[in-house]
Write a protein that binds this ligand. Sequence first.
Ligand code: ATP
Length: 199
Amino acid sequence: MHLKTLTLRGFKSFASATTLHLEPGITCVVGPNGSGKSNVVDALSWVMGEQGAKTLRGGNMADVIFAGTSSRPPLGRAEVSLTIDNADGALPIEYSEVTISRTLFRNGGSEYAINGSSCRLLDIQDLLSDSGLGREMHVIVGQGRLDSVLSASPEERRGFIEEAAGVLKHRKRKEKALRKLEAMAANLARVSDLSTEIR
Ligand code: ATP
């Protein structure tokens, strides 16, 4: 599996549609300060489901939409598409190439798609989680993050290792299942109360 192309349109400083072609191996993005290198990385985390505006270096999510310049008006939407080569079947989907897309409108609406078909954010997160990609996976190490890893507490370090070992995904599923069980127990208690009242 490798990332093939990343297309940004209206995302941060990328007002016009811009496609980056990523070949297998190492890709370097070089450019002067403030030219948008980190915005490319932000686009990558965003399309993979990042929900935290701060992680994307903004105050709120609408900050990812091109805000305009002296020569160009602001845009109403940000769109990012990521095409992943899935010839090795690393993603649990029957396509040798998978394109995930995310769109955010200035009025707050969002759209997600997998290979052009509308889907939920959860579908994208589920698709990517087994591959080690996706939200909360530390596959993207931002500026200053190495320092925070080095100075992390033993518990936090354990979290990183669990994530790398693929334990995190199961821990999250377990937490979700426990929440459902709790809700179910509350429902059962309610049913039991009602049946006592009826009797
Ligand atoms: P450095 O090398 O200093 O880390 P960089 O190449 O990583 O810089 P970025 O941080 O990716 O640069 O880009 C910063 C630029 O993106 C700034 O000029 C900023 O004005 C612009 N920018 C960020 N968000 C938006 C937005 N929503 N609309 C328009 N421009 C934006």
